[in-house]
Design a protein around this ligand. Structure first.
Ligand SMILES: [Ca+2]
Ligand SMILES: [Ca+2]
Ligand SMILES: [Ca+2]
Ligand SMILES: [Ca+2]
Length: 253
C-alpha cells in the first residue's frame, strides 16, 4: 500500500502479523533519509505502532516530495518483511520575499514622448508558489505631480508615460517601487529617469529699437537697436547664430 501525507505531521501505522511469538512483528524500519525518523511504541496488548516524526525543517523550495519506504520485520527464520510506500507532499509556506532583478533601474527618455509609451518593466521574482509568489507592484513615496506623469501596472510592472515630459521643466525623476507577494512580504527598488533634451524650442528674438527713424547725419557706429536672442533648449539645440539678410530699401523694419 501507499500512504500520502499532505503535510509533515505525525502518521501512525500499526503493523499486523497473524503469527505469534518471535514469528510475529518485531520491528519497523524506515528508508535512509535526513528529514524523518520512526518512533516505535509498544501497546499494552503487545502490538507495535510506528510514528513518523519530523527530524528537521522541510524546505519546499528545495524538495517538494519525499518518498519513504516503511518496512515491517518479523522475528521468524527466514525473516519476512512487509513494506509500505510513504509519499510526503510538502505544502508551501510564504518564507521567501520577492526579489527585484535590479537594485536601481536607470533609464534615459527623450522629452515629449507620446502618452502611453511603455518605457520600463520592473520585475521581481519569488521562489514560493501560488499566492505566496503572486506579486503586485506599486510606487511608494512618489510626489503627486510625478504620479501624473508615470503609471505602474500593478500586475506586469510596466511603467508608461501618462503626462508631458519637458526637459526644460524637469530633467530627472526618481521613484521608489515596491513588490508585495500575496502573503504580504515586500521588496523595494528605485527607478531613476533621466530626461534628454530635444530641439523643441525656437530661438526667441527680443528687439529693442533705440533710434528709429535714423537721422541721415548719424555717425557710423551709432547703436540703432538692441537684439536679445534666447533659446530654452540645451547644448547645440540652444546655440544661436545671428545674421542679417538683405532687405529691400522700401521694406519697413
Ligand atoms: Ca513569497
Ligand atoms: Ca516557500
Ligand atoms: Ca532650440
Ligand atoms: Ca528641449
Amino acid at each position: 500500500p501507499s500512504y500520502c501525507l499532505c503535510s509533515a505531521g505525525r502518521s501512525r501505522r500499526t503493523g499486523r502479523d497473524p503469527d505469534v511469538g518471535t514469528n510475529s512483528l518485531q520491528n519497523y524500519q524506515l528508508s535512509l533519509n535526513q528529514y524523518f525518523t520512526l518512533a516505535v511504541k509498544e501497546s499494552p496488548d503487545g502490538s507495535k505502532q510506528a510514528e513518523l516524526l519530523l527530524e528537521k525543517p522541510l524546505d519546499r523550495e528545495k524538495q517538494r516530495y519525499h518518498h519513504l519506504v516503511l518496512t515491517a520485520v518479523d522475528g521468524g527464520d527466514p525473516v519476512r518483511t512487509g513494506t509500505a510506500q510513504v509519499r510526503v507532499n510538502v505544502t508551501d509556506a510564504n518564507d521567501n520575499p520577492p526579489v527585484f532583478t535590479e537594485e536601481i533601474y536607470k533609464i534615459s527618455l527623450r522629452e515629449n514622448l507620446p502618452k502611453g509609451s511603455l518605457v520600463l518593466q520592473v520585475r521581481a521574482t519569488d521562489t514560493d508558489e501560488g499566492l505566496n509568489a503572486e506579486i503586485m507592484y506599486s510606487f511608494s513615496n512618489v510626489p503627486d505631480n510625478d504620479r501624473k506623469l508615470f503609471s505602474l501596472d500593478p500586475r506586469t510592472g510596466g511603467i508608461t508615460v501618462t503626462g508631458p515630459l519637458d526637459f526644460e521643466e524637469v530633467k530627472f525623476y526618481q521613484a521608489n517601487v515596491e513588490a508585495k507577494d500575496g502573503g504580504g512580504l515586500t521588496a523595494h527598488s528605485k527607478v531613476q529617469i533621466q530626461i534628454l533634451d530635444e530641439n523643441d524650442n525656437v530661438p526667441v528674438i527680443d528687439f529693442t529699437i533705440i533710434s528709429n527713424p535714423v537721422p541721415e547725419d548719424s555717425a557710423p557706429g551709432t547703436v540703432l537697436a538692441l537684439l536679445n536672442v534666447r533659446d530654452r533648449d540645451s547644448g547645440k539645440n540652444g546655440e544661436v547664430t545671428c545674421g542679417i539678410s538683405d532687405i529691400n530699401d522700401n521694406s519697413p523694419i
